[in-house]
Design a protein around this ligand. Structure first.
Ligand code: ZN
Length: 293
């Protein structure tokens, strides 16, 4: 018998296309606004979902500019997963351009927002306990979008929630080993308010909860004075935002640069934080190694 390699290309293509739809129909087409939400959806949806993220690995969701391709992606989606709390300021116009019939789930639903001035601080995922609420919201939205796969979504979510419980305990134990007087750090933007509230490390950031703003000279002077006065031992870079400011604060105060924290984005597969769990573990390792002594 001739192998498939001997078949004319067109026939192979027809056979392949003929086989594809039965499986494709069972997958839910889900769009997530940024990489961390995309990882949650993959963990809960498993092989029953196709996930696209609008702001991918290493992207900055605060200052994203949507493309015409994003509008087409949303138009074709069954479910759109967003963070809310004002994170995706670019979304309303994109939705208007996209049309389509996707249901929208706000992953922070039911979480009490921390305030940053008059705005909500959007970075609730940095508390693993809040991330568990994200997962429950996404699970319920997937079940509503695709009731036939409800048991799969419930089982996957339950497995993943168990891993997050373990992760939350790991972070609490790791912070517990840092001397109380050293539990304060500087990072680029105000992304760790929920982490601080849950785990008890004080974060001070030169700029607010969005990367859109530039710090004024007065802001920088205030931070430098604060680092000196409070003997803050370490400053941290983030993958997003401007690294020069943190380096300058380090130079002027003698606080060491403790490494890079991942706040608003995962990395690609080769990076330190290809998944949410990797991201939290990387951050806690970086924090404890800089603050331990
Ligand atoms: Zn942010």
């Amino acid at each position: 018998m001739r192998s498939w390699r001997g078949l004319p290309l067109l026939l192979v293509l027809v056979l392949w296309l003929g086989a594809a739809p039965a499986e494709a129909q069972t997958r839910v087409n889900v769009v997530a606004s940024f990489s961390i939400l995309g990882d949650f959806v993959r963990n809960i949806g498993g092989d029953r979902v196709d996930v696209t993220t609008l702001v991918g690995a290493n992207g900055d969701v605060h200052v994203y500019t949507p493309t015409p391709a994003d509008a087409r992606t949303i138009a074709a989606a069954r479910l759109l997963v967003v963070n809310g709390f004002g994170l995706e300021g670019w979304l309303p116009r994109l939705l208007q351009a996209a049309g389509g019939k996707a249901s929208i789930v706000t992953a922070t639903q039911g979480i009490a927002p921390l305030k940053a001035g008059s705005d909500a601080d959007p970075h609730a995922w940095q508390s693993v306990a809040d991330a568990e609420k994200y997962v429950a919201n996404i699970r319920d939205a997937l079940i509503a979008a695709d009731p036939a796969d409800a048991d799969v979504f419930r089982q996957n979510a339950s497995n993943y929630l168990a891993r997050l419980e373990t992760l939350d305990a790991e972070v609490r134990q790791a912070v517990g080993r840092i001397p109380q007087s050293r539990r304060k750090v500087i990072s680029t933007h105000g992304a760790f308010g929920y982490f601080a509230a849950r785990y008890g490390i004080e974060f001070i950031a030169p700029i607010g909860v969005s990367t859109e703003a530039e710090p004024s000279a007065r802001d920088v002077a205030r931070i430098i004075a604060q680092v000196r006065k409070a003997h803050i031992p370490a400053v941290f870079l983030e993958r997003i935002g401007d690294p020069r400011l943190i380096r300058r604060i380090s130079e002027e105060t003698g606080a060491k640069v403790g490494g890079t924290l991942y706040s608003d984005s995962l990395t690609d597969e080769k990076g330190d934080a290809p998944t949410y769990i990797d991201m939290v573990r990387h951050n806690i390792r970086t924090l404890t190694s800089a603050l331990a002594d």
